[in-house]
Ligand binder design. Sequence first.
Ligand code: GLN
Length: 539
Amino acid sequence: MSKKATKYIFVTGGVTSSLGKGIVSSSLGMLLKSRGYNVTIQKLDPYINIDPGTLNPYEHGECYVTEDGAETDLDLGHYERFLNSATSQNNNVTTGRIYQTVIDKERKGDFLGKTVQVIPHITNEIKRRIKILAKENYDIIITEIGGTVGDIESLPYIESVRQLRWELGENNSMVIHLTLLPYLASSGELKTKPSQHSVRQLMEYGVQANVLVCRTEHKIPKDQRAKLAQFCNVNQANVIECMDLPTIYEVPLELHKQNFDEVVLRELALPIEQAPDLKDWKDFLKKYKNPKKHVEIALVGKYVSLQDSYKSIAEAFIHAGAASHTDVKVRWIYSGDLENGDMASLLAGVDGMLIAPGFGDRGIEGKIQAAQYAREHKIPVLGICLGMQIMTIEFARNVLGLNKAHSTEFDTHSPYPVINIMEEQKNVIDKGGTMRLGAWKCVLEPGTKLFDIYNNQNISERHRHRYEFNSDFIADFEGNEFIPSGKNPDTGLVEALELQNHPFYVGVQYHPEYKSTVANPHPLFKAFIDAAVKFQTKK
Ligand code: GLN
């Protein structure tokens, strides 16, 4: 595609939150990419935290980590999984970061004595953050505005969209408004009034929506569609229905059936000749929906009552499961329930165990006991980050006989700190953005399971943690067949461990789940699922 001006798509939400702007944006991005356009997706979050790194997962779901080490909203995970391309710090901006930048400039005296105000200073900074991605040569930038139209805190974002649309000129930008059509069972009707009001509210701010994507539990009758179009000032073809579907991965195909991608390209005056290539996506869906095998994996974690806390792991299971023609059912187990609980009945029938990442000591002993049970019963285990640390502690205590071995995160006086804090982390006081974050290299040891799984010696994976395997104990572990599968080539830090006399007992200090996409299921998840299938067959 010849280098033309970047086009901008803004996605706003109306009526209620949680309508799935992230999935609609990801689906659109995927459709446009499959037509040959170079697309990226960005999320603007109207909260004051600098990033979600310091948020409890119960507040906001999983914290997703990018290659460049940004701690971001979980929607970026969807963007990467649908588009199969990496995002960065520039793809997620919060109000906190916007204000921080403006206030830092003010302190430096950059505003030359002027009064610093929401308009123009905050809106200028928002616009700069949107346009910054254009430097990376994208044909289309999709910007998702968090929150719901009418919220006080999203006002500066909507005003920035208004200004940008005016600056960019006709056909260079558009607004997609995601809205809800509530269904009144008593009268058997879908109601359009809340959507009309939210579109009108947008217009009060000077922004006209070009396309309506309507979340609905029922098909939109023709007359309702006509009414929506007329009262919201859009073409009838620009009213897109978005019904509830069994899987988010069907959304792009459903939207495509209604010419969503074509409607969008017309609004942006972009060529539509190249039909989208959706073959691989359809193949994936076919495999996902017609599994030949079924396994159940216990996910042992602390935040299991909000499954969004482990979003990327759950999605990685779907990608890897489809690749192995296997339906992966997750049994969510709160680690606190395992603490001196009836392990055999809580884990009865599972074919594998994933020990989840996490922070803080609640439920830790339950995780340690689960690791021991799985190790002794030869149940396949994948431990991620804290999960790997748990496997290390359990092994130290129960195999190496190092009584009270622990991570210094949980016991600063442990006589055997098999997991401890790195020297450079010791004096870090700030909690935000200070962990070992983002992509780090790892060199795998030939002859290990991991080496075979990746089929590569040099890998790179994303990290988010403060504590590390304590190499002082390495010889003890190696001598008992719990061996490092890979190390960081620069620091020598142990990035993964595997048990030799076990069918699959692998702990990784990094987060493989962040790199799993529909197009590229993660090899480690795939190997883990295959091990679970094998375990089941043996049973
Ligand atoms: N709490 C552990 C650490 O900081 C593990 C973090 C994680 O699982 N992401 O090292």
